[in-house]
Design a protein around this ligand. Structure first.
Ligand SMILES: Cc1cc2nc3c(=O)[nH]c(=O)nc-3n(C[C@H](O)[C@H](O)[C@H](O)COP(=O)(O)O)c2cc1C
Length: 218
């Protein structure tokens, strides 16, 4: 089967070794961040935040979260062009949704006279909130959706990426507590260009379960 979407997705492999001499053009980085921002989310909640790690100082702070069991990821903190710390609001509340409603009014999607009505869908978030006020399972799902959009945009631009859950989240939370403002990081993504001489993954054939195994048409 041939299709440009499939060419993009077959091109992308998780980068195992970045070329530290190559950096992403700022105009392309802007496209990637926009692809993340444009991701759909449940009730348009957008419960996410991105920290762009670029300076030597921020890289060193991030690298502290990639030790012990996750040592294998640490080199990406230094070699990738940028690393994005992706975080979500684990206690998404009505006040957070108020920002969304205001943005929808500003963007002309919601009429100002419908401001109160726009909050009706917030009941959906309440249904996903437990007795302790946490709706993290729900907000985390939104974050991963945006991660998917971002990774596809990377592939389209032929920019390499490495999503990483191999991180000590608690270290990230303490190192970047000010910037995260209470948001939780579950995954980071390194961006840049593969060093194809060293990156053992880029030449390997892609391997996925067959469609018949994962898809049932009724
Ligand atoms: C959410 C998520 C977390 C991942 N965490 C890591 C990681 O910590 N380190 C790593 O080298 N690869 C990580 N990967 C890459 C996967 O192992 C990889 O996507 C999978 O084996 C398929 O290979 P491919 O991406 O090269 O097609 C992660 C992928 C995803 C989607």
């Amino acid at each position: 089967m041939k299709h440009s979407i499939l060419e993009d997705l077959n091109w992308r492999t998780t980068v195992k070794h970045f070329d530290p001499s190559r950096r992403i053009q700022s105009s392309e980085l802007a496209v990637l961040l926009e692809a993340f921002r444009l991701s759909p989310s449940s009730i348009n909640s957008q419960p996410w935040r991105i920290l762009v790690v670029q300076s030597d100082e921020a890289r060193a702070r991030l690298a502290k979260s990639m030790t012990g069991d996750y040592e294998y990821n640490q080199k990406h903190a230094y070699d990738a062009s940028q690393i994005l710390i992706l975080a979500q609001n684990p206690n998404y509340q009505r006040e957070d949704y108020a920002d969304v409603v205001e943005a929808q009014i500003m963007d002309g999607r919601t009429d100002p006279s419908d401001r109160d009505k726009a909050f009706e869908v917030f009941g959906y978030a309440e249904n996903k909130t437990d007795a302790n006020g946490s709706n993290e399972a729900w907000t985390r799902a939104q974050l991963y959706l945006a991660l998917g959009s971002l990774m596809h945009a990377c592939a389209r631009l032929r920019i390499g990426s490495t999503p990483m859950e191999g991180i000590h989240e608690d270290v990230i939370h303490s190192e970047f507590s000010e910037e995260l403002g209470g948001y939780h990081c579950n995954v980071v993504i390194a961006l840049g260009y593969s060093d194809t001489d060293e990156d053992y993954n880029c030449e390997k054939p892609k391997s996925r379960l067959p469609l018949e195994r994962i898809c049932v048409t009724l």
